[in-house]
Structures are given as C-alpha cells and as structure tokens.
Design a protein around this ligand. Sequence first.
Ligand code: AMP
Length: 398
Amino acid sequence: MSLNKNTIEDIELKGKKALVRCDFNVPLKDGKITDENRLIGAIPTIKYLMGKGAKVILCSHMGKPKGEVKPELSLAPVAKRLSELLGKEVVFAADDNVVGEKAKASVEKMKDGDILLLENTRFRKEETKNEENFSKELASLADIFVNDAFGTAHRAHCSTVGVTEFLPVSVCGYLIQKELKFLGEAVENPVRPFVAILGGAKVSDKINVINNLLEKVDTLIIGGGMSYTFLKSQGFTIGNSLVEEDKVEYAKEMIEKAKAKGVKLLLPIDNVVADKFAADANPIITENQNIKEGYMGLDIGPKTATIYAEEVKKAKTVIWNGPMGVFEFDNFASGTIEVAKAMAESEATTVIGGGDSAAAVNQLGFGEEMTHISTGGGASLEFLEGIELPGIAALNDK
Ligand code: AMP
C-alpha cells in the first residue's frame, strides 16, 4: 500500500466545499463529553481548512446506532463543544437523514470559512455496508473529501471509502498524515535496528502481527500474558498462567521462523508471579523462566525488564503494542513501566500502537516523551499486520 498520499496542503481550498471525515466517537455521560481528546486532535485540520477559505463540512460516526436514529448518540454535543474549542460556531445540521433537506439547506447557506457538522453517519443503515446511494448523497454536498479519521480507516464505509468514488479529490488531514509518517514509515521503512515489543493478553489477537513483524524487525520482544504460551512451547513450566493451548505449536513455529530469519526473539527469563489474579496479590519474583503450580505470571521479572530496556536503548526504531504485565495492578506494573521508561528516554523513533498500550503509556505519564501514539486501536493493529487499510488506499496518491 502506498503511504505517499496527498494531503490538505497539496490542494486548492478557497471557496471549496470540503467534506471532512473526523473521528468524533467520543464517550458521553448524561449528554456531556467525558474525554475530548479526539475533538482536540481534529482542530489543526479544521483550522487549516477554515484559514484557507474552504467551507468545512464535518462528519463522523458515534457509537453503534445500527442504522437507527438514537437521540442519545446524536452529535449535537460535539458541535457545541467544538464551537467552544474553536472559538467559532460549528453549525449543527440536525438532520436525522444525515444528508436530508435540512442538511442540504444548511450547506447552501455556508460562506467561505464556515463550519458545519452533519448528524451521526451511522444513523443511516447504508453507512457500514458502504452502499452507493448514501455515498453519493454525502459526495453531493461537497467538492472534495478529506479523511482525518484513522480509527475507522480499517473499515470500508460510505463516509470513509464509498464517498471517494464520487468526488474528484480525496486527501488526508493532519491526523492521518501523522499516522502514515510515523506508524507507516516505522513498519515499511524503519531506521535500524528496528525493535518491536509485543505484549497484552493473548497470542491469538496478535498472530498476524507477530507473523508480519518477523519479516521486518531485527528484534522481537515478547512479554505480557502472551509470553506464557511461548514459554510453554519451549518446555518451561508456567503454573496457572494465562495460556492458549491451541497456540503453543504456533508459538514454537514463530520461534523457529525467527531463528531462520536471523531475528532476535526475546522471551522473559524471569517473572513476577502470584497465587491469585488480584490487585492485593503478593508479588513473588521467580529465579528463572519456570513458574510453580499454583502460581501465575502477572509481569515480566526485573532481569527480563533490564534486558528489554537495554534492547530498546540500542534501537533506532521501536514499536510497542501490548503491556508487559497486568499494569492495572501496581504490584505488577514494573515491567510495563521499565519498558515505557526506556522508550521515553530513547533517542529512537518510538511508536505506540493504539488501544491498551496507548492507555498504559498515558496513564504512566510517558505519553509526551513518545514520538507518536497511534489514535487507532484496530486500525493500528491491522497496519502492523501489513493489511491494506481501505480508508487509506482510497485516498489520492502523491
Ligand atoms: P491487549 O488488549 O491484548 O493488549 O491486552 C491488555 C491486557 O492484557 C491488559 O488489561 C493487561 O492487564 C493484560 N495482561 C497483561 N499481562 C497479563 C498477564 N500476565 N496475565 C493476564 N493478563 C495480562
């Protein structure tokens, strides 16, 4: 997949109606937005388009209304809060049809530099099926399309892919541009040594990521719940640790693949274990890889953490997805903290895949120190799997 996509800086915008796909899928409680990071993230693209004199028509999904109008999933609160953040009114086209008569009339009234927000695109059942009629309706409002929603780039929907077929120009905004530059470049064109760190609960969630990254990295570091399936495949005892019996053979194959490719694959050499899965469980450090019956591994051990941190220090590019242990429990967060710290102190390009790892890094206070934290959970995993993201593929190449 080409990552060299045209951006909003490559096109003529003055007087143009720009349909901008944003990710305004924010959490709401009693009609109030409880985390507005996604709104803040969208501002640079919106301000640029406004400043260049485009008519800015924003759209997004929120939640899963499944093709029905659900007032509690209306984007009205987003228009209100976005107006405050931008210091300029974002007109809300309160149209249950998303692109109905009301929305069309609101677009007609727009002047250069104005901003309008359409209603939740998933109020239309066609949206998630990428049906032509709704794609055409969306396209009929605008002259050009801008995609700035990385979190939905792995889905072919009307507002991410279908619409591009009916507009002459489709480019990315600053958020997707940044994902392509850091996440994309790191995977496709890394400065070496290139180290990937994979953790989290399950091997099965990351099978394709492991397989794909073994084709690209110099070192693959494994931690977290998934490491016990790998340790078991090498004949170590793992007590009651998380294990996927049906993936033991796969883990063994991956270790053999790494050897054959000359990739250094690191597994824990010690563990922090406990006799129960609980925040107040007593942490015990094992002497080596083996875990006794009645105990479960809940974090990588201190010797392992030092080795992993050393490996990070030697790297020029590091990608991380999945915590090294149950970081939500203080007693079992050290491994994750050590790795995050090593990345934070590193001069390398450091990229955090979305989802839980992003939450862990931010929660531990290392967010600011990373080169890039991906905004897309599922989308960033698919990127690491080497899958072409339809929402990116649909944008115009440079
Ligand atoms: P994932 O969504 O696959 O990245 O998994 C993240 C979750 O894995 C976190 O909630 C961690 O608490 C959990 N996790 C990490 N290490 C372990 C472990 N050793 N045993 C059980 N769960 C773990």
